[in-house]
Design a protein around this ligand. Structure first.
Ligand code: ATP
Ligand code: MG
Length: 421
């Protein structure tokens, strides 16, 4: 038997209602903040991610699904959404539109990672991107979107961690200090971090190995090395969050170690879901658009992993009852009755009623068992005599009551099963 690739998963019909619920909550919430959806290709030129995610990141160095097509061009299945959105805005000439530009996306992403709870090779992200707003108010507004989605999903056991990693003015001096600190501990660092030391010492702060984390605790903090403008930006952000009633903590371990990431970085963390506890990660990237060949334009955004939201909802007991039951099940006896049932059901469906009838020729007993299993609220049995008289018995399955209805009066039938006509 052919099996699905390692690190991927099927979402079966029992689970899709929860996915749809989360997707709808995210879309509706983002719409309240003025975001519109953007859809971009599943694969892009590899160079886009090398530049947009960064050559020195784990994602680009170790995790990308890269292939050459029949004409030997290198493409990559998107490992994230930000670079593609920036590319699309530049390519479609949208950078001169009225600012800010506010886009959201709901996508599948691909990363070659070690599969475990909350971490897969194909996974799903909801993300937002705002371009053209440099003020800290935009950071707070973006964090507000994520916070609202998480709250609307009933996830209570979560905390917002924020940090500032400075800007091209203040980061070089900080970076040097960080380099000197880790250089003194070089022998103790993991192999990956040994190479990060030269290419991108900030990333060492992000390392999950216990030894590197321990060394990282004593490292100089970016927040203590901010220029006056960056410090002011951070203060403003805090004021906005306070005003909005959003609680946060300063977490100096949160970094985005790329040159075009600037100032604010943040994560929503839910410790109840185990090691993969970050349900949402985001930050400001004022240099990204330019890096990808567009104008100098500030940007900020976040992405949240849908699987991790589900784990968090389960941990917080906030998974809603999203089951959908048929209002009416028609049990026909014989071909003529089946034909009649198809007409009634199609009229009901055109009025927005969820109705079903037998398609596989079950016995009456088996049909009633089936109706019970689907959770149908009402059943209607039709045979030759019902067709002839035009009358049939409608059974209320929940209350075990019944009433006679006119088969040819759809409005009366709708009323009988609880709809307003
Ligand atoms: P992590 O540190 O957990 O690897 P990351 O920093 O690589 O996360 P981002 O690139 O910021 O993650 O992606 C944003 C969000 O997407 C994460 O916070 C997480 O919820 C989700 N995510 C990232 N990688 C995966 C994955 N392999 N499987 C499932 N969800 C993921
Ligand atoms: Mg990762």
């Amino acid at each position: 038997m052919i099996q699905k690739p390692r690190g991927t998963f099927d979402i079966m019909p029992e689970e899709t209602p929860l996915w749809q619920y989360i997707e709808a909550t995210a879309r509706n919430t983002a719409a309240l903040y003025g975001y519109k959806e953007i859809r971009t290709p599943t694969f892009e030129a590899t160079e886009l991610f090398q530049r947009g995610v960064g050559d020195t990141t784990d994602v680009v160095q170790k995790e990308m699904y890269t292939f050459t097509d029949r004409e030997n061009r290198s493409f990559t299945l998107r490992p994230e959404g930000t670079a593609s959105v920036a590319r699309a805005l530049i390519e479609n000439g949208r950078c001169s539109d009225t600012l800010p530009l506010k886009l959201y996306y709901m996508i599948n992403c691909f990363r070659y990672e070690k599969p475990q709870a909350g971490r897969s090779r194909e996974f799903y992200q909801f993300g937002v991107e705002m371009y053209g707003a440099a003020d800290a108010a935009a950071d707070a507004d973006t964090i507000g979107v994520a916070n609202s989605i998480i709250r609307n999903l009933g996830i209570t056991d979560v905390s917002l961690h924020i940090n500032s990693i400075g800007c091209p003015n203040c980061r070089p001096a900080y970076r040097l200090e960080l380099y000197n600190y880790f250089k003194a501990h070089e022998d103790e660092l993991c192999d990956t971090c040994k190479s990060r030391l030269e290419t991108n010492p900030l990333r060492i702060l992000d390392c999950k190995s216990p030894i590197c984390s321990k060394i990282g605790e004593g490292a100089p903090k970016s927040i203590d090395h901010l220029c006056p403008e960056c410090a002011d930006h951070m203060d403003k952000l805090k004021n906005h969050l306070d005003e909005m009633g959003i609680e946060y903590e300063i977490d100096t371990n949160i970094v985005r170690g790329l040159d075009y990431y600037t100032r604010t970085v943040f994560e929503f963390i839910c410790t109840a879901i185990g090691a993969q506890s970050t349900v949402c990660g985001g930050g400001r990237y004022d240099g990204l658009m330019k890096e990808l060949g567009g104008p100098q334009m500030p940007g900020i955004g976040f992405a949240m992993g849908i699987t991790r939201l589900i784990l968090a909802m389960k941990a917080c007991g906030s998974v809603p009852d999203t089951c959908n039951f048929p209002s009416l099940y028609i049990a026909p006896m014989g071909k003529a009755a089946q034909c009649k049932a198809s007409g009634i059901v199609s009229k009901l469906r055109s009025k927005g009623v969820y109705a079903e009838y037998d398609l596989v020729g079950r016995s009456l007993k088996a049909q009633m068992k089936y109706a019970d299993k689907t959770g149908a609220f009402f059943t209607l049995i039709i045979g030759d005599s019902e067709i002839e008289s035009g009358k049939a018995i409608l059974k209320n399955m929940k209350e075990s009551s019944q009433q006679e209805i006119d088969l040819n009066d759809i409005n009366a039938l709708m009323k009988a099963i609880g709809y307003e006509v």
